[in-house]
Design a binder for this molecule. Sequence first.
Ligand SMILES: *[C@@H]1O[C@H](CO)[C@@H](O)[C@H](O)[C@H]1NC(C)=O
Ligand SMILES: *[C@@H]1O[C@H](CO)[C@@H](O)[C@H](O)[C@H]1NC(C)=O
Ligand SMILES: *[C@@H]1O[C@H](CO)[C@@H](O)[C@H](O)[C@H]1NC(C)=O
Ligand SMILES: *[C@@H]1O[C@H](CO)[C@@H](O)[C@H](O)[C@H]1NC(C)=O
Ligand SMILES: *[C@@H]1O[C@H](CO)[C@@H](O)[C@H](O)[C@H]1NC(C)=O
Ligand SMILES: *[C@@H]1O[C@H](CO)[C@@H](O)[C@H](O)[C@H]1NC(C)=O
Ligand SMILES: *[C@@H]1O[C@H](CO)[C@@H](O)[C@H](O)[C@H]1NC(C)=O
Ligand SMILES: *[C@@H]1O[C@H](CO)[C@@H](O)[C@H](O)[C@H]1NC(C)=O
Length: 744
Amino acid sequence: MSTKFFIIFQFFIQIAVLQKPFSLKTDDNGNYFLYVDGNLWLGSAPTFFRDSGQLFSAGDGSLKLFYTGNEVGVDKLGNFSTRDYLYRAGKKEMFVSIRHYDDPNFLVFVQNYTDGGNGTKAESFDEIISGFPGFRIEDGVVDRGYLSFGGYMLGDTNKIIGKWGNKTKEIRDGLTGGPLVIFDKEANTLIISPLTEFMVASNWHDKEVGGNIYWGIMGGVDTVPHHYTYLTIVYYAKGINKAFDGWGKALKKMYGSKENSLAQDLTLHRAGYWTDNGAYYYYKTEPMKTYEETMMNLINKTVNTFNYFQFDSWWYYKGLSGGVKLWEPRPDVFPHGFGYFYNHTYSLLALHNRYWSKDTTYAKQNGGHYDFIVEKSGALPIDQKFWNDLLNKTLTWGLVMYEQDWLNVQFNRITALKTNLTLGEMWLTQMNIAAKANNVVIQYCMANPRHALQSLTLSQVTQARASDDYSPGGEQWRIGVSSLFAHALGIAPSKDTFWTTETQPGNRYKKSEPYTRLNALVATLSTGPFGPSDMSGHMDFDLINKTCIYYGQLMQPTKPATAMDVQFIKEAFESTKIEVWSTYSVNMLNDTALHWGTILAVDTVGDVALEYSDMEFLVPGVSYAVYNYNDPSSIREFKESEKLVLPNNCTKTDFCLYHFVPKMNHGDNEIYLLGDISKWVPASSGRIRSIVYQEADLLINLWGAAAEEITIQYMLNGELKSGTCPIKTTGFNCISMLTGKCVY
Ligand SMILES: *[C@@H]1O[C@H](CO)[C@@H](O)[C@H](O)[C@H]1NC(C)=O
Ligand SMILES: *[C@@H]1O[C@H](CO)[C@@H](O)[C@H](O)[C@H]1NC(C)=O
Ligand SMILES: *[C@@H]1O[C@H](CO)[C@@H](O)[C@H](O)[C@H]1NC(C)=O
Ligand SMILES: *[C@@H]1O[C@H](CO)[C@@H](O)[C@H](O)[C@H]1NC(C)=O
Ligand SMILES: *[C@@H]1O[C@H](CO)[C@@H](O)[C@H](O)[C@H]1NC(C)=O
Ligand SMILES: *[C@@H]1O[C@H](CO)[C@@H](O)[C@H](O)[C@H]1NC(C)=O
Ligand SMILES: *[C@@H]1O[C@H](CO)[C@@H](O)[C@H](O)[C@H]1NC(C)=O
Ligand SMILES: *[C@@H]1O[C@H](CO)[C@@H](O)[C@H](O)[C@H]1NC(C)=O
């Protein structure tokens, strides 16, 4: 290492502290400090590695630092320079490094088992075998809050939002832990997560209260190959949503975007009928009928609305401990099989699957044809041919979506998954390869954050459940936080099924659903599957049609609605739980993208005033108007000096829904296009396909279905107007914003 280089490095860092909102300081002893706006946010905790059955820590000197240096390099995230530390753990060399890039908003922390490791395992699976980066959890000059994902359903079920500092207790860690988000009242935000090796990376909180938080390889791993490398990213932005967005962009830069897969996923663009937990027909048929008859009856009645049917775990063979033994329809359920069902209904399918039972007949150990790991509490396929054959046979079934449920349980039941560095990734990759070959997409359900992060590398995983199972009248619609995580990963969050009418006679849950409208709205705003599950004859098609047009085509916004920054700040600093989400719809005016914004508020208390700058969907330089969805005549200009004050009585039955409309000009005319207000998302690009500016007119190009009559609301020079256009055959018609007349 050259001393000269080191001096330059220090100089660079000081400049950074002065100029950049996010900066790093390091010293020669292996310590590092992260600053936000010149204030210390995170100071390092001692680096450690395990080897030969021992813990080597820089804290007690057992991990010896013998070289510091710096280098330059390039990776998928760009050019970087580094701060390097070479340590000795007994006889082994361990290399760690901090990369900082031309883009000053993130840092990457590198661990490299230069000499490999043997006897590395920790006391428990939930601990880690290596810790770098590690940060002290303590108070600072600036008050901070945090969000820690944990549990399953994208880390939603056990997530926690609280105050960051000496008294912090609960940070979700170990096998079910997830990304950590730290923010202040101005929404300066850091997100810390693995950047590679998702299936084996964990975080670990070393004390009950306060203490340190570390990232490293999960505790069950006992041998590590030479040069094994693991990366953690720390991403900064001013704005919690902005930080998720930027962090997600960095992840997608590493692993590629899945926009094409999402565009091709029929279940994200068409309504389906669902039969999973919470559904009327979950482990329940019509009296004296088989499932085959029950479902065929239903399909005959709903053929114009539901494009696919989701069949849950009630149709296949189960073995020991409730695992799947054979993934084939049982004769008592579908006496004629799925091929027959498809031939008689042409209905596409989304099929559920779960963890493999120890006695699965696919495993060679049980007389089957395929390589499996079989352990005392379950089994795991390790054979690409298995997955290929499993999904190939679904070609005649009309399968479009394979739902891999119980991901957390599959992971937890198989010790090999918790001790092997490559097996977890191999399992999910083989599934994905077969899905791709057979042209099906995958929904993840009960995904721990590690599965969710791994989905970045898996082209077919387009969606994931974002909250626990639906229960009529329940709380599982609260997906605004986990939707941020899903969207950053480039997948659609699923709120799960819901009922569209309150009362469903004879339902197995003995429950009712008072919040049908909220559930339908949330499913729409999620951009994930829209899947009612009512009893036959108990569907509210008027409600369904606020989202769907003919053949179940969904009228959604452009991105999932996500919790706004104010929701996190209120919860962390004031312990006030409100739901305030936003999203937008993009439509093209010739070559310009215009944004229509949407805000949903539920459970408001006090006067929450949203500033202009809180509405991240508002495009600078464009003027906007806002209206309350219940009353389009409330439309008014929304100036930069204004606030949107949310009433304190937005509830689950009377939620508050606002839409923001960009101003368009044509000659001297000022036009605000509200859109088709019979839909929850009036300006969905599902309806408005383009806006065409002509010298003599401003035309809205509308998509509709045969025999539909589309009514569009707009404000022309301060006057609210409407125009109606019939659609003869499914396709387009145009309406003039100057005359309100149909053009074709
Ligand atoms: C890295 O730096 C080199 C040399 O300055 C430059 O040519 C290259 O474009 C940079 N690469 C990236 C990804 O920024
Ligand atoms: C790991 O350590 C064990 C016990 O000391 C030894 O038998 C084994 O050969 C070592 N393996 C490697 C890969 O070094
Ligand atoms: C927080 O804990 C650190 C030790 O981790 C200690 O130095 C500091 O004084 C504590 N601060 C407060 C406000 O208790
Ligand atoms: C790990 O460190 C070794 C030794 O310095 C180096 O040769 C190797 O390239 C590093 N591996 C990675 C993936 O950075
Ligand atoms: C559903 O409709 C198809 C086609 O019209 C018909 O053949 C079938 O018998 C009907 N099935 C039921 C269960 O009503
Ligand atoms: C479904 O229809 C196809 C094409 O007509 C036919 O080849 C196949 O045997 C049918 N499957 C069943 C199970 O009826
Ligand atoms: C991890 O699993 C893979 C795939 O089954 C296997 O090839 C490899 O030997 C395992 N590694 C260890 C250390 O057991
Ligand atoms: C599925 O199986 C059929 C018949 O064995 C074979 O021809 C086809 O290539 C397979 N398709 C895929 C995608 O593996």
